[in-house]
Design a protein around this ligand. Structure first.
Ligand SMILES: [Zn+2]
Length: 119
């Protein structure tokens, strides 16, 4: 790495610059911070992992809980997190469509007797 203060080439593992003696943001330190707060876990999800994921989605109750766990757990890899969020969005959309569908049917059923009497 390069010292941000003096621009000297420094060993990646050193915490202090050999040239200007200023403290360096050590790579190990940054890795430690990322492990504590993995906002973006970009680890690859294996085929077996996806198989388990889809099996879990066929189990009642578990398939209602797991999308929330995937979407909001900080340890979940980013792709699976997005997958969980996509499921939650699809739920929200289908829920709205279901309400609109039944809402229009109920509205139609209510409007039929009124329409019949007016003619
Ligand atoms: Zn330096």
């Amino acid at each position: 790495m390069i010292c941000p203060k003096c621009g000297a080439l420094v060993n990646d593992n050193s915490t202090v610059c050999w040239n200007c003696n200023s403290r360096l943001a050590n790579n190990k330190y940054y890795n430690g911070v990322q492990e504590q707060n993995p906002v973006e876990n970009r680890s690859i999800i294996t085929v077996g992992d996806w198989v388990v994921t889809f099996i879990l989605l066929t189990v009642p109750i578990v398939n209602l809980v797991m999308p929330f766990v995937w979407a909001f757990s900080s340890s979940t890899p980013l792709s699976k997190k997005n997958f969980g969020k996509a499921i939650l969005i699809l739920w929200a959309v289908s829920f709205v469509l279901l309400i609109l569908f039944w809402g229009s049917i109920i509205a139609m059923l209510h409007s039929i007797p009124q329409g019949g009497t007016s003619i």
